[in-house]
Write a protein that binds this ligand. Structure first.
Ligand SMILES: Nc1ncnc2c1ncn2[C@@H]1O[C@H](COP(=O)(O)OP(=O)(O)OP(=O)(O)O)[C@@H](O)[C@H]1O
Ligand SMILES: [Mg+2]
Length: 376
């Protein structure tokens, strides 16, 4: 078998999980793999502190990396909700780490981030609950053996978190099929009788939904379902330095998993890239000059993608060192999507925000300004 392009979170940080589990002295909510405090440390990091642990009789140490930047209390509230009888709904603009947070929370709480349902207009109830092995169904009639469990069934049976991505893109009748599972904690299989005819949710079961504010209105969630969730709005990253950290670490882990040799982007080039995203998102430069905001979401996820593409570009077609022009060459594909006017906005940004810095001979801004010819 080929090598996996992307490992699930529960397999991505074996040392961190071993260290957290070894040091976990706090009480775990029933069905949880670790205590709320350890889940929090897994998501927010140990701030450089080394956790000592033993594995195979050997003494080891691990630092827990920071995985989510932003409001720490948001993460704590999310953990509290997951231990309660209500589901957690992460809402926000595209690319604000809703799915990222949901994967990391499920891996920490349940040791499994793979029980995921991808909401879409075409989704059906059997993709959420269960379907049948039709050959066996025809041969033997409905039986537990012929039942093919889907993520919600497995999560309830095994007491695990179930992730429901893009829940608002799902038709109402399918959304509503979640109701009894979430409030009565029971999933009925009408085709089977007796004990096999229902799954009582085991402790540890809950649902983490994500919903994109730009998709809302496509299928506004039913109010009955809304009442089963606590909402957490995940805002875009506010701090420039935090966003630089995210892009740096994401690009390096994507490069590592791609197994393509490339030289990491220098901090000076990274700063140009992240500043551009930051300012075009806010519609204002850090010096307070107004710029027109791009209509496309200048999300951190897109910044990561431009960072990766620039690095690959420099490695394939340049001298490996990432230059400002590599960023500009790879920028339009991420920014100019549904609206060609965004190209004008980008060019205008170069005149209003980049040029003055180039004129002051600040860092690499001059080279960045010179590369504006690639904005097309
Ligand atoms: N606050 C943040 N902390 C850490 N990483 C972040 C943050 N914001 C964005 N990212 C990064 O951006 C990427 C985008 O995340 P993700 O796919 O989870 O976005 P999303 O909110 O689910 O977007 P969509 O609504 O389009 O599905 C992730 O790789 C993540 O590392
Ligand atoms: Mg998502």
């Amino acid at each position: 078998m080929g090598e996996a392009l992307r490992l699930p979170v529960e397999r991505r940080y074996p040392e961190e999980f071993a260290a957290l589990l070894f040091n976990d002295k706090d009480v775990k909510p029933p069905g949880w793999r670790m205590s709320p405090r350890s889940v929090e440390t897994f998501i927010l990091g140990s701030q450089g502190r080394e956790l000592e642990y033993e594995e195979g009789g050997e003494a080891r140490k691990a630092v827990i990396s920071k995985k989510f930047y932003g409001d720490d209390v948001l993460v704590q509230r999310a953990i509290v909700t997951l231990a309660s009888d209500r589901g957690l709904l992460l809402v926000g603009e595209p690319g604000t780490a809703k799915s990222w947070l949901s994967e990391h929370l499920s891996a920490a709480v349940s040791g499994d981030s793979m029980l995921a349902i991808q909401g879409s207009a075409g989704i059906t109830e059997d993709q959420i609950k269960y379907s049948w092995n039709y050959a066996m169904l025809l041969a033997e009639g409905p039986s537990k053996r012929a039942l093919v469990p889907a993520p919600l069934y497995i999560g309830m049976r095994d007491g695990k978190l179930v992730r429901f991505e893009e829940i608002t893109r799902t038709p109402h009748e399918v959304q509503d099929s979640l109701l009894s599972c979430m409030s009565d904690k029971v999933l009925i299989v009408p085709e089977l009788s007796g004990e096999d005819g229902s799954v009582l949710a085991s402790r540890g079961f809950n649902v983490i939904g994500t919903a994109n504010t730009r998709d809302r209105g496509v299928n506004e969630m039913s109010s009955a379902l809304k009442r089963r969730f606590n909402f957490e709005t995940v805002p875009p990253v506010e701090d420039l330095m935090d966003e630089m950290r995210i892009v740096r670490s994401q690009v390096s882990s994507l490069l590592e998993s791609s197994k393509i040799e490339a030289t990491a982007m220098g901090d000076d080039v990274l700063e140009l890239l992240v500043t551009t995203f930051h300012e075009l998102r806010r519609g204002q430069t850090t010096d307070g000059i107004k710029v027109e905001a791009a209509s496309s979401m200048m999300s951190t996820a897109e910044a990561v993608s431009v960072g990766l593409h620039s690095t690959l570009f420099a490695s394939f077609f340049g001298s490996r060192k990432v230059d400002p022009e590599h960023v500009v060459i790879n920028l339009t594909g991420a920014v100019v999507k549904e609206n060609r006017d965004d190209l004008k906005i980008l060019r205008n940004y170069w005149e209003v925000a980049v040029k003055p810095r180039a004129n002051k001979e600040l860092g690499l801004w001059k080279a960045y300004y010179k590369a504006r010819k690639y904005l097309k």
